[in-house]
Design a protein around this ligand. Structure first.
Ligand SMILES: Cc1cc2nc3c(=O)[nH]c(=O)nc-3n(C[C@H](O)[C@H](O)[C@H](O)COP(=O)(O)OP(=O)(O)OC[C@H]3O[C@@H](n4cnc5c(N)ncnc54)[C@H](O)[C@@H]3O)c2cc1C
Length: 428
């Protein structure tokens, strides 16, 4: 379309929905991502707990866009933008643009305690998920070989920090692994003696959900042998314990496996973009955008998804979920297409909240669909349907459906592999 060049940084939910919309309209668009795949992050916890394989939830970007001649994919790391010359700066070059969509997402944060990352891995990438899977499975292996009861107890204690959807889903899956999947696999330990502790600083788990659903989710995880500790603040994590502060008292729990599911920080790209454009950054490192998702004084630059703070609708930033990113990606692409057609600028972005879903173990979930709030099996069917619908590529939908069907019938988790070259942490 008229030689207008669009560059998009990030092929996640936001960037992918934008590139598809632009490519279908025949716009010349370059998608830059430091990874060669789009990742369906909501199911990462299933890779971390051996239910799915990485390839089931990731799709090569080139393959997704192969039919669109006007779309180009570049495997590259964006490090900043050169606003004056309209170029995305890469670690090894640059890409020129007329319009730019920034969709580089976010990562986890440790609230000023980056040293905890070593002991408490987070979940954001395929590598994070396989690392977490390794840590979980190795803990059972180490417990099997450990003869000291106290040390063995520490190996069989799993602490999950943060009881948002990811924390709750991880805790539920761990409960299943310990009490069901691995029940007969070991000879020296009984995996059912595993302690799973879900720690949350707020007063309830799933704090962003209506209280009735939070309470239902708590009952469900407790049925899966998870101990919930709310209003509990983590004050220290090291290789052999976690310290919690509850009602002014500190408790130290010996554990060898801590999983981090708390705190989100926008991609570091947001900071260099803010420096280049003068846009404001919020506490979570997101760039503050205008009602049409552009940066102040730069109508040619859009920021969307986890990278952007859009507060015009509710007075608070929109939730960092896939729906926000998808809807913003479509909006930004449409705005560019309208401009190219010489049409009036679009109306301000408006988020349509379709609700929230979280699965809690085998065949149970909570669903807040705004017009109806349900929990249990019906909610799980909705969760199942929605996730299958949003997984990119038909092949992966089929693979995931087959894996889930198999797991449902046999209670097995076929992707229970310990991979990676790090030395075994079996310090017995
Ligand atoms: C474990 C987990 C579970 C989740 N569960 C849910 C859920 O159940 N429901 C829900 O709605 N949301 C969920 N979310 C949130 C949801 O995944 C995000 O809100 C969504 O992915 C944001 O989309 P995005 O396009 O802004 O960023 P992302 O989807 O994160 O995509 C960012 C892309 O940018 C690329 N990138 C980053 N930096 C650079 C750079 N410098 N150069 C080049 N490329 C770069 C990355 O490789 C990535 O492909 C979950 C998130 C996680 C981590």
């Amino acid at each position: 379309m008229d030689g207008h060049r669009v560059a998009i940084v990030g092929g996640g939910f936001g960037g992918l929905s934008a590139v598809l919309k632009l490519a279908r309209a025949g716009v010349d668009v370059t998608l830059i991502d430091r990874r060669n795949h789009h990742l369906f992050q909501p199911l990462l916890y299933q890779v971390a707990t051996g239910a799915l394989s990485p390839a089931n939830i990731a799709s090569p970007l080139r393959n997704i866009l192969r039919r669109y001649r006007s779309a180009r994919v570049l495997l590259a790391e964006a490090t900043g933008i050169d606003v004056k010359n309209r170029r995305v700066v890469l670690s090894d070059g640059y890409v020129e643009y007329d319009s730019l969509i920034l969709a580089a997402g976010s990562s986890h944060q440790y609230f000023g305690h980056d040293e905890w990352e070593r002991f408490a891995p987070g979940l954001k990438t395929v590598e994070d998920a396989t690392h977490m899977r390794r840590r979980i499975l190795l803990a059972f292996e180490a417990a099997e070989r450990e003869t000291d009861p106290e040390k063995r107890r520490a190996w069989l204690t799993f602490i999950i920090v943060g009881a948002g959807p990811t924390g709750v889903e991880l805790a539920g899956a761990l409960g299943e692994i310990a009490h069901d999947t691995l029940r007969c696999d070991f000879r020296s330990i009984d995996p059912r003696s595993t302690q799973i502790i879900l720690v949350e600083a707020a007063g309830s788990i799933l704090p962003s959900y209506p209280p009735k659903l939070s309470a239902a989710a708590q009952r469900m995880v407790e049925r899966l042998h998870v101990t919930v500790r709310t209003s509990a603040l983590v004050t220290k994590i090291d290789e052999s314990s976690v310290t919690l502060r509850e009602s002014g008292h500190e408790t130290t729990i010996p554990t060898r496996t801590v999983l981090w599911a708390a705190g989100v920080l926008a991609s570091p790209l947001a900071r260099s973009v803010a420096e280049a454009t003068g846009a404001a950054l919020d506490k979570q490192g997101r760039v503050t955008v205008q009602p049409d998702l552009t940066l102040p004084g730069h109508p040619e630059i859009f920021a969307i998804g986890d990278l952007a703070n859009f507060s015009y609708q509710t007075g608070h930033p929109l939730p960092g979920v896939a729906q926000t990113a998808i809807q913003q990606g479509v909006y930004a692409a449409r705005a560019i297409i309208r401009r190219l057609k010489g049409q009036r600028t679009s109306r301000p972005f408006h988020y349509f909240d379709k609700g929230n879903l979280a699965s809690v173990g085998r065949a149970t979930a909570v669903a807040d669909l705004r017009w109806v709030r349900i929990s249990g099996w019906p909610a799980w069917l909705i969760w199942l349907f929605v996730h299958l619908m949003y997984i990119v590529q038909f092949r992966n939908r089929v693979l995931v459906m087959v894996q889930w069907g198999y797991m449902y019938l046999t209670h097995d988790r076929s992707a229970r592999l310990i991979t990676g070259d790090d030395p075994l942490p079996l310090d017995l």
